[in-house]
Design a protein around this ligand. Structure first.
Ligand SMILES: Cc1ncc(COP(=O)(O)O)c(C=O)c1O
Length: 415
């Protein structure tokens, strides 16, 4: 069965919860053991003191380690990405920082793509160096050979441990080739030390791009976005193979940044409509992009559907290879600068002026001064994140109403 058919039932047994058709919120910090022997056995498995026996499952211990809402949610999330295991977190940043801390040690080299979401950018460039991590950076459009050369020039190629990419990049929709990034990881891997590839797949959600299928070792989500999808929860997720996820989950246990039972329950509810919501958002985004493409006050539109073999053969090829749709995110430059962009943002009525993305309601924001305020201004200029850019997250409203709202807001530029 397809994941969308399983989102209402997979992994939940009503007979264990008084027949409730929906998984209740297991609002409990701890779980009663049937016997001391059982408690001992659960801890042996949880702390890796011995391997699991044939058919033995990790018993419920304590909600920082496991909880039914989180376990069912994690099992359901694995279906979309066809991952072996998943860990959910109390925010996307919690998922991202836990992975970075687990797979990097002092003295290591981290290779990243640019641009990145502002929060990830801050943690990687401003916090990780305090722990002795060196950062090597590549940009959209650089070839595999250029990137290998760049890593070698750091003089620390033998300490490369992790490659971290975000594709499509927030807010420009620039694409990084996941398969080529894996080849770089393999190039620097040694028999005793594998270089892992991590992909922030937030912009495409679990429906529109499956990085694990293209060679990624770990996929990360701000589940606040499409997965949650209603602007009412902050959460994160990481998916990958069982051995890597065991490492991620162990660090999560000790950092204590797992999602709460209530967050887990909210996400279970959201997952039931993930496919229909995202289908509607991709459809609406296409219509909005078509409108923006021909509007006289719009200078440039950053939308995956605008890529063609003629105007950008490299990006178009990556789009065809790894993205299943054109997504639900559009950025555009207005003719003018901050003044004109702010005029448009302030005039929007249906579309809310707020950061975040992937929700049922359409949102608009100004990356230069908001989500990416903290990013180095030179980098921002280089990646076309300028004062004239507006980022739109397209929701599930009737598309003509979204377009009408943008139209009346763009009209205010001339007033
Ligand atoms: C691409 C991307 N990654 C990660 C994050 C961080 O997620 P959270 O806000 O859930 O911590 C965001 C948030 O905007 C994002 O856009």
């Amino acid at each position: 069965m397809k994941p969308e058919s399983l989102m209402m039932s997979y992994g939940y047994k009503p007979e264990l919860s008084e027949g409730a058709v929906k998984c209740p919120i297991f609002q409990t910090s701890t779980f009663v053991f049937k016997s001391a022997e059982e408690g001992k056995a659960f801890f042996e498995v949880a702390y890796g003191l011995r391997s699991q026996k044939e058919g033995e499952e990790l018993g419920l211990i304590y909600s920082r380690i496991n909880n039914p809402d989180l376990e069912i949610l994690e099992n359901r999330l694995t279906l979309w990405d066809e991952a072996e295991d998943c860990a959910v977190f109390e925010s996307g940043m919690a998922a991202i920082t836990t992975v970075l801390l687990e797979f990097l040690k002092p003295g290591d080299l981290l290779l990243i793509s640019n641009p990145l979401y502002g929060g990830s950018d801050h943690f990687i460039k401003k916090v990780l160096p305090q722990f002795g991590i060196t950062i090597a950076q590549f940009k959209v459009g650089q070839s595999k050979e250029d990137i290998i050369d760049l890593v070698q020039k750091t003089g620390k190629a033998d300490r490369l441990s992790l490659i971290y990419i975000e594709t499509p990049a927030n807010p420009t929709n620039d694409l990084i080739d996941i398969g080529a990034s894996k080849e770089i990881a393999k190039y620097f891997s040694k028999p005793d030390k594998e270089v892992y590839l991590t992909v922030d797949n937030t912009y495409m959600g679990p429906i529109w791009q499956h990085p694990l299928k293209h060679g990624a070792d770990l996929v990360l989500y701000s589940a606040t976005k499409y997965i949650g999808g209603h602007s009412d929860v902050i959460a994160g997720a990481c998916l990958g193979s069982k051995p890597l996820m065991k490492r991620v989950k162990t660090l999560r246990t000790f950092l204590g940044n797992m999602a709460s039972p209530h967050t887990g329950w909210l996400l279970l509810r959201s997952l039931e409509t993930l496919k229909v919501r995202m289908d509607a958002q991709a459809f609406n985004a296409q219509k909005v992009a078509e409108f923006l493409n021909q509007h006289p006050s719009v200078e440039k539109v950053y939308y995956l559907g605008n890529l063609t073999a003629e105007n950008n053969p490299v990006q178009y090829k990556i789009r065809k290879k790894q993205c299943l749709t054109n997504g639900g995110m559009i950025s555009f430059d207005v003719k003018g600068g901050e003044k004109e962009a702010f005029k448009v943002l302030n005039a929007l009525k249906l579309i809310k002026l707020a950061v975040s993305l992937g929700s049922t309601e359409s949102l608009a924001e100004h990356p230069y001064t908001m989500t990416h305020a903290d990013v180095d201004p030179t980098l921002k200029k280089e990646f076309s994140i300028t004062e004239k850019m507006i980022r739109l997250s397209i929701g599930v409203e009737y598309y003509e109403d979204i377009i009408q709202d943008i139209k009346q807001a763009l009209d205010t530029i001339k007033e």
